[in-house]
Write a protein that binds this ligand. Structure first.
Ligand code: GTQ
Length: 387
């Protein structure tokens, strides 16, 4: 009986709550509860305060009292965060990914990906942050990753190699370093490689959210034929501020633009840097060109430039984030954890984190790409920034 009562204390890791075979006497909670010593308010009653027969009776009917666990799921002032500031160095990932090229033929992998797992969230849960999945995907010359569609949304951010492409709903989207490619929920996508060197990109998906909703699944399809070899980034939305006239009509596509070429984003950041005060972050958001709003429902995408010698403190925000280094080197300090970064490294930040970024070079700019869950938090009505 003692064990069952112990099990009701909120000391379980998210991984432990997913273990199969828990009996009715070992109730699960829906929330990832903090590890380590209980943070429950001493003012609230505990399980030990309750008569054992009462408590066991509740559990037998799949019921639990809230008050012993209330402070764990609604902590005062600041959320409990298990996400750890974590750095994945490309110099560690790249050799392992290339080796996967030998070990896992594309037919055996469907997608050849190494997943960036936050150790604070349990590696097996494949979460960089509670909402963001990140993987680094390798495709070798001549390979194709087969056509499929799924309920989670995905984006690709290209790290290295030329000749890669993704076909989304018949639109062929070339992939050069730094390009952002969207594959929205439910849209067919397949990848290919017409070049000569390995191509690697970063995948970011809202998989943890959709999986958490028990709504994540995939459908395989026959290979797509390319119906639009030009794509909207080179034709319909070639130039910021000018859109096809018909786009003004109230009835619009949800995703008019699926490719954001890095060349243009880098130029925009460099121009913006010249007119941005020294203490402000040079930062642009990827948006839907027809609505001016974030381009996806759950995750947001942005890019920033750290000017030579620049050191900035980001405004503290309620969103969690993953940063990827496009160019340059420097250091990030996230909740006091220092992470020196080089080109193509990736690092994760928990919600509500204190983030400082610095450029190691006094001569060259550094560029970072950021994925966060601010769009979802805004829709849920609790997105916050703090001074
Ligand atoms: O390329 O479609 O990293 O379906 C994970 C799931 C990539 C993809 C991932 C996927 C893909």
């Amino acid at each position: 009986r003692g064990a069952a009562r112990q099990a009701a204390t909120p000391a379980k890791s998210p991984a432990a709550t997913k273990l199969p075979g828990l009996s009715a006497r070992e109730p699960q909670t829906h929330f990832p509860l903090p590890k380590g010593p209980s943070i429950m308010s001493t003012a609230l009653g505990t399980v030990a305060d309750l008569p054992a027969d009462y408590y066991d009776g509740l559990v037998g009917h799949n019921l639990l009292p809230l008050w012993p666990s209330l402070r764990a799921v609604l902590p005062y002032g600041k959320p409990t965060r298990n996400t750890r500031p974590t750095l994945w160095k490309y110099s560690d990932v790249r050799p392992a990914l290339l080796r996967a090229g030998d070990l896992a033929p594309i037919e055996k992998a469907e997608r050849r990906v190494l997943v960036l797992c936050n150790p604070g969230l349990g590696l097996e849960n494949m979460q960089a942050t509670p909402s963001i999945y990140v993987g680094l995907q390798l495709i070798l010359p001549g390979e194709t990753a087969p056509n499929h569609k799924h309920t989670p949304m995905a984006v690709r951010f290209v790290i290295e190699g030329e000749g890669g492409y993704t076909v989304v709903q018949g639109e062929k989207l070339p992939m050069a370093k730094g390009d952002l490619i969207l594959t929205p929920p439910g849209m067919w996508h397949q990848h290919g490689h017409e070049g000569t060197e390995p191509v690697v990109w970063l995948d970011a998906l809202d998989l943890p959210i959709v999986y958490g909703l028990e709504a994540s699944y995939c459908i395989e399809g026959a290979p797509q034929s390319v119906s639009d070899p030009h794509n909207a980034s080179t034709v319909r939305f070639r130039q910021g501020g000018v859109i096809p006239y018909a786009s003004l009509a109230p009835k619009r596509a949800d995703y008019p633009l699926l490719r954001y070429p890095w060349k243009e984003v880098r130029q925009t950041l460099s121009g913006l840097a010249a007119v941005t005060p020294r203490e402000e972050l040079v930062h642009v958001a990827y948006v839907n060109p027809e609505t001016g709003q974030e381009c996806m429902a759950t995750l947001g995408f942005s890019a920033m430039m750290l000017r030579p010698g620049e050191e900035v403190r980001m405004k503290r925000r309620s969103a969690s984030a993953v940063f990827h280094v496009v160019e340059g080197s420097g250091a990030a300090t996230v909740d006091g954890i220092a992470m020196p970064f080089a080109e193509s490294d990736t690092f994760a930040s928990p919600t509500h984190a204190e983030i400082r970024l610095s450029n190691a070079s006094g001569k060259a700019p550094a560029f970072l790409f950021m994925v966060d869950d601010a769009p979802l938090q805004r829709k849920l009505g609790f997105y916050e920034t703090f001074e």
